[in-house]
Design a protein around this ligand. Structure first.
Ligand SMILES: C[S@@+](CC[C@H](N)C(=O)[O-])C[C@H]1O[C@@H](n2cnc3c(N)ncnc32)[C@H](O)[C@@H]1O
Length: 213
């Protein structure tokens, strides 16, 4: 299931106001949410041009809210300090929908399988989006938070409504290394699940006072 479909399944029905944090330069799920009838604000320093977007970090965001939900796709592991960022999000909206990954699981058999798939794709003329060598990637991304840290910070501010570990590397590989293949290998214990999806309800009083939640 795409992250956009997962988000749509978690949100209250429109009309509702949704903040997307770290939408990236392709707009994340903002276009899909807008098309589904939500009032969307999507932020990222690299956000596209357009009425849905603002080129701002979470730390720079000055919209007082409230929002009905926040969506954070593959961004929380970049936010520093994460605790302060989540304090802000937990006050802006009652619901948080997260797409994340577990960099600490990119080793052993999981790393071997990924790198072999990458080599096979390159040999067949494809250009996978992800890195060829995970040791190099790890050395260049030593500041990324492990999933245990992200989950602990989330659980300190939200009641957990949903949590699943799931395939992720198919998004880096593309081509014939499909989500289903990765899911099968995870299911038989051959590789680790690197992706995760999580939904929580804020336990922190929303700001401004009197907001929904
Ligand atoms: C891996 S990309 C994810 C983009 C998109 N959500 C996706 O899943 O394809 C991470 C994005 O987070 C953004 N980012 C990192 N730190 C941020 C922060 N503190 N506030 C807002 N965006 C941030 C980066 O600019 C980058 O575009």
């Amino acid at each position: 299931m795409s992250f956009a479909d997962f988000v749509l399944a978690q949100l209250p029905p429109p009309p509702a106001r949704v903040l997307e944090v770290g939408c990236g330069d392709e707009g994340g799920v903002a276009y899909a949410l807008d098309a589904a009838g939500y009032d969307v604000l999507a932020i990222d320093p690299q956000a596209p041009e357009g009425p849905l977007f603002r080129r701002k970090t979470l730390e720079e965001l000055d919209d007082p809210g409230p929002f009905d939900a926040v969506v954070a796709g593959r961004v929380l592991h970049h936010v520093q300090p994460l605790g302060a960022g989540l304090d802000k999000l937990a006050r802006l909206a009652p619901l948080l929908v997260v797409d994340e990954f577990a960099p600490e699981r990119l080793n052993g058999a999981t790393q071997d399988w990924y790198e072999a798939q990458h080599r096979a794709l390159v040999a067949s003329g494809r250009e996978p989006e992800g890195p060829a060598r995970l040791d190099h990637w790890r050395a260049a991304h030593s500041d990324i938070a492990p999933s245990g840290t992200v989950l602990a910070e989330l659980r300190a501010r939200y009641d957990e409504l949903a949590f699943e570990r799931r395939p992720y590397l198919y998004r880096w590989l593309g081509g014939p290394a499909t989500e289903q293949l990765e899911e099968t290998l995870i299911g038989v214990g051959a590789i680790d699940a690197v992706g995760l999806r999580w939904v929580g309800r804020s336990t922190i009083k929303l700001w401004p006072p009197g907001s929904p939640g």
